[in-house]
Design a protein around this ligand. Structure first.
Ligand code: ZN
Length: 343
């Protein structure tokens, strides 16, 4: 792999013929076979756009799922989707009607197997597949069975691990677990969150990643960020334990955020996916700005361990804007790559 490989955190906007645009949890516009075909078409378009943007590791842009958490949960047993519970998630940052766990959770069959087979067949590039992390799942579902969040998390972790092993066998080069909850419940992360994450990733020979951000660029998140003060130091509380974990890559929010870049010096043993594209702004970054962030990262971590990435998923953005941001990401990575190889 060349220096500063470029990749995305995960989600990309759905085309307007597939789902309502610029919206999270957007309902599908089609059904049945038409829907299945349209999801594949959308994934294919995004694969080609990522290739043209010169990204090194590509993905399906989560075109097959309505939401990054519930795409996995839909095929898991033990969840009653008719028992909706109003829950304040991410420590009451937003209220959502969530489904309810009513018995032990179990994965009776493959969830994303067909999806990764399709992606694998459509690109020669290394592919990344994203799954929700156990802690974030537990913060996005109500519990009427386990009583303790950590117990529920370990059962979800076992189900995730079965899925991850299948995805690896079907050609995933990187499996990423999305854990935005890690930035909210830092004590729990150290008590059981990382153990659950390692359980989800256990036995995998492919690269494993965890994505920890400050959320999609939606109003509730933007308001929350206003309350976090002039320096966001949440990562500092979890990086020491993450650095000791078996996870290979840590995906972070750095662009336009108040996270001090120096915090990545705590991740001495990890590959670091530096978020260099802000997903909470309609402003298009310049390639130079992307390169600036990556250059700053090299002050605190070996350049061989730094990837160029987006802060988070781009799902809620207008499609055209997301396309341009991907191109900029690729151009920014190229700038710093050339600079370093000449220097
Ligand atoms: Zn994110």
């Amino acid at each position: 792999m060349r220096l500063f490989p470029a990749t995305i955190a995960g989600s990309l906007p759905k085309p307007s013929w597939l789902a309502e645009t610029e919206k999270l949890w957007a309902p599908w516009k089609l059904s049945g076979d038409d829907l299945e075909q349209a999801k594949r078409d959308a994934a294919l378009i995004w694969l080609k756009i990522q290739e043209h943007a010169d990204l090194d590791i590509v993905g399906d842009g989560e075109q097959f799922r309505v939401h990054f958490v519930h795409g996995f949960l839909e095929k898991i047993e033990g969840i009653d989707w008719n028992v909706k519970t109003k829950m304040g998630i991410r420590n009451n940052r937003y209220n959502v009607d969530v489904p309810t766990v009513t018995s032990a959770v179990r994965r009776p069959k493959s969830v994303h197997g067909e999806e990764i087979k399709f992606v694998r067949s459509q690109t020669e590039k290394p592919i990344k597949f994203t799954l929700p992390g156990p802690m974030t799942i537990c913060d996005t579902i109500a519990d009427k069975h386990y009583g303790r969040r950590s117990d529920m998390a370990m059962d979800f972790a076992r189900a995730l691990n079965e899925e991850a092993r299948e995805l690896e066998a079907l050609g995933a080069d990187v499996i990423q677990f999305d854990e935005p909850a890690f930035n909210v419940f830092m004590d729990d992360v150290n008590d059981w969150g990382i153990s659950a994450l390692e359980q989800a990733a256990s036995g995998l020979a492919c690269k494993t990643a965890v994505h920890i951000c400050y959320g999609y660029g939606i109003e509730a998140n933007n308001q929350w960020k206003e309350t976090l003060g002039s320096e966001w130091r949440q990562y500092e509380e979890i990086f020491p334990a993450l650095n000791k974990s078996k996870i290979n890559q840590i995906s972070l929010e750095c662009a336009g955020s108040k996270v001090p870049m120096s915090l990545i010096s705590l991740l001495t043993d990890k590959e670091i996916l530096v978020g260099a594209i802000n997903v909470a702004s309609d402003r298009i970054e310049s390639p130079e700005e992307v390169a600036d962030i990556l250059r700053e990262a090299t002050e605190y971590a070996d350049k061989e361990r730094i990837y160029a990435c987006t802060n988070c998923g781009l799902a809620p953005l207008p499609r055209k804007l997301a396309e341009v941001k991907l191109v900029t990401l690729g151009q920014g990575a190229k700038l710093i790559r050339n600079e370093v190889s000449q220097g």
